[in-house]
Write a protein that binds this ligand. Sequence first.
Ligand code: SF4
Length: 236
Amino acid sequence: MPITAAQENIRSLVEKLNFAEKVERSLELIERAYDQYSDRLVVADSLGKDSSVVWDLAQRVSPDIHGFIVTTRFKPEETKRFMREKVRMYPGKLEVYESTAEIPDELYETDPDRCCDILKVDPTRRAIREMNAACWVTGLRCTEGRTRTDFQEVEERDEGLIKLNPILTWYEREVWQYLALYDVPVNPHYKLGYRSLGCAPCTTISSGSDERAGRWTGTSKCGGECGIHTRPLTQD
Ligand code: SF4
């Protein structure tokens, strides 16, 4: 069965499946997609906890799977250090994409959508194009916050480009459970109390039910999206 045929009631899976079943399901989704797309399957790594899980799962499926990291000039120093270590740990397997475009000072304050478009969405488009991806794999989870409830494990938001969200059904607790049980390195910036990591000027430490509440606080984008999951990716 082609991977695109797998559509399920996600909400019921979130509650019905236990941790071990979710791990098995995620591995199977990646395995099936890798069987179908081979080296045209690429993993997107945001350097956050969810990406660390997905990258580890993908490497368990096949150490030949490649990925890309989109970073920006505004990532916290600790995140940049973690990125360099990870790239060193997987020689030749993780490509780093970063925009060098000139932007107005503090664009993140005056127009965060535009800033994210230039610094995050554009490099993601470039990664997908240059790596000739037919299927990109993300760490998106439907319990992360209000903007993430309406996704499927397998999607085709851009024609000809499959997006695989293999840990869509996982709770935040299960992400940390996996990282601890499988001894997966994770961005040490979480030690400060962050629950969702992004660029330094746009990320605060938050608590409460919305995991992404600390993103873009004080703007209309609060708890929202940078655009890589919502904007077209196969056009400039
Ligand atoms: S998260 Fe903030 S600094 Fe980073 S690209 Fe988006 S608006 Fe710019």
